[in-house]
Design a protein. Sequence first.
Length: 264
Amino acid sequence: MACWGTALMHSLDEDPNRPGSQPSAGCGGEEAALVIGRCGARLESECSAKTTGPRYNPPDMDRKQRCGWARQTPLYLVYHDHEWGTPLHEERALFELLVLEGAQAGLSWRTILEKRAGYRRAFDGFDPRKVARFDARRQRALLRDPGIVRNRLKVAAAVHNARAFLEVQREVGSFDAFIWSFVASRPILNRWRELSEVPARTAESDAMSRELRRRGFSFVGSTICYAFMQATGMVNDHLVGCFRHRELNRRRKAPVRPAPSRSK
């Protein structure tokens, strides 16, 4: 989601069940995504830093400065103001975002947000213990459910990842402790002034991706992992002019990364 912490387009791992699915120009592969931090991910544009189409401008929008992508739709506005970049530690909520970030590969975050209620219903409230028990019959039923992205690989990955998620809980004690260890258990505070400065991946997301893959997770490339980090508040990628950047910074102290130097 544009500046909200999820990648705008994670990839062009296109949905084989989507009629007429074609790779988007300028993108390719699981890592071809424009990350816009949670300031989930994703909305200044898709596969482009340029905004297209009308902006959503409710009467009070000018009272607060926000990341540009938040103006696109009411869904983005709510997600930006209340979720994206907020430190998240609840186990089921972390599993939900892990599934949704993977489901977004090749699609827009708007598509995923619009289907979020459908996902919660179809995946039993994202209870990993229940999802881990989904058998082949249940997975086939999901592929007929218009409330979710009906992609066989993504559905199978969600079930497989639920089992891997439970293994992490058994071994480490909680998925929360495990996943937050990649940022030393504290959110990283970035100081981006422009959308173009926000990276699509970092050393931390690379390390997270490698370890998740080693543990059997799928749809967890580095770009997807960085979008997950943005969405769950592991990094604060709201632009410095955004009111949420300041708000989240006041809530808890975080290691600060210096702003990139600018050549004169």
